[in-house]
Design a protein around this ligand. Sequence first.
Ligand code: WT7
Length: 631
Amino acid sequence: MSYKIRNKEDYAASYKKSIENNSDFWEDIAQNFTWFKPWNTVMECDMKEASFKWFDGAQTNITYNCIDRHLEQKGNQTAIIFEPNLPTDKALQISYNQLHENVCKMSNVLIQMGIKKGDRVAIYLPMIPELAYCVLACARIGAIHSVIFAGFSSGALSARINDASCKMVITSDGSYRGNKTIDLKGIVDEALKDCPCVQNVLVVERTNTEIKMIKNRDHYLTPLIEAASSVHEAQAFDSEDPLFILYTSGSTGKPKGMLHTTGGYMIYTAYTFNNVFAYEEKDVYWCTADIGWITGHSYIVYGPLLNGATTLMFEGVPSYPNAGRFWEIVDKFQVNQFYTAPTAIRALAKESIDYVNKYELSSLKIIGTVGEPINEEAWQWYHKNIGKEKCPIVDTWWQTETGGILISPLPHISPQIPTFATNPLPGIQPVLMDQSGNESSENNVVGKLCIKRAWPSIARTIWGDHQRYKETYFTAFPGYYFTGDGAKRDSSGMYRITGRVDDVIIVSGHNLGTAPIEDAINEHEYVAESAIVGFPHDVKGNALYGYVTLKQDIENKELLKKEINQLISEKIGPIAKLDRIQFTPGLPKTRSGKIMRRILRKIAEGDFASFGDISTLLNPEVVEEIKNGKI
Ligand code: WT7
């Protein structure tokens, strides 16, 4: 690979070139991949129309680049290490040859089931190798995968399946998470009551639990795989052909199906994986995310495999059978790069340090975080106890929408400043917007974080709603991509991401829009309206605080709270449950009817000192009542 950034000078030169000669810069990187047909243009980007084309006219197959291309050199090298939920169960080491065989068979099964280029396939699976096979098989035949995190409820699942009119669902009988067994197929059955678009369901056997199989709709995967041919020629697809849809929360109840396409996503995830994790041949890399999130797509599956790396998939949870599980796995497979979320670090830092000290962790070279701002204490704990003060920490900032990491330290190149994501990667031009919506040219400023120029893996649209895509990301600051985050730039130009400035709250690294949660609560027969805000939580980062106004007074409030959380669990999933619920006589609203969340946030945080200007409120008296209710 000739795209490795080796030192400071390299970074400076790459960055300079990427800004001055953006097309040439990306074209050089694209030369490292196999294309079946060359491009006509490197990029055609229009930030006003939110229209992006990279390597237009070119053809490739991303799985050819992830798998086939490596077979000659490293067919026997491990592509995927699978570590099961139970430490006593056998791990699998899946070689590139075996991965190829499995993905080819899976591709043939999909074809046989009538899946064609452009069809949407929903994948609702635990972190087992079949999840990777299915993702790659869809990509290989040009079907658009929509992976739905297997912690989502049936309601969230059916909404996502219907939004993209998925033709097929791939699931498993059940899943293991810690000491729990979850009835995944039952959840799918429930969801599919409302999904007429789904013709077939493929069922992977994982827990071997008894499940209901619906005739002509449900099929066990094993016999189909056994009968399938292992020969499948990767087909050529256009660089701009859709690769996948992945949902993220937004400021309305409807989840946003972010669409990513092939060529640009391919080169960007490969390039950033290689450099941010300073990956060297034979390294063992582990990202603890779930493939149901973008981190898993880009940095468990695509980025690592595009680099011919060894990537670890872990089925279980960090706390089972005990809080040493992550560190046990690091030693067991001699993991070199370890990538996790601040919430996991905070949770493990609360446990006895003996769980860490039982293990060597001497294989680690680079450790990373993603998903939310990391607080200084967690950063220091990670640095000292896991990185043993020698591993650089890569605090990687990015989003589902960005496809890959945009701002991150590069190991041994960028300075290590706790809580700072530091430098933009080559090709990325972050800017901070001031109060009046202009670019701040100085350092030592805070502002709303925007990106000035498109990069290859920027999302292309929201599935079925380009207008919403434009409005959400490209209208607040015309000509820029608006991230929804606030950030600070220090005196030396380093970036620190401070958090969301919109209606999204990050709980344990999960991106939750307030609107869908409020919609779920409002479905309760006794609820008139509700508002959700975040408040600081020492493990989750943020927890959810719900203000709920009832239609009439109810005697058993504790039961009602349980019912509200139950409803949220059913509609969205347990991750969106509220930590605190306060019943309120009303919600503070502006004259235009907008809930003033700023005040609700302060009350939830216990900050009653000043509510700022509340003169625009329609019902200022309610603020005092809510405040008194909280105390
Ligand atoms: C939001 C995107 C990107 C993969 C996981 C989350 C927050 C992400 C960081 C970081 C501070 C971060 C932002 C962003 N975020 N990484 N290193 N420091 N904040 O993807 O669910 O699309 O969430 O996560 O607020 O906008 P996502």
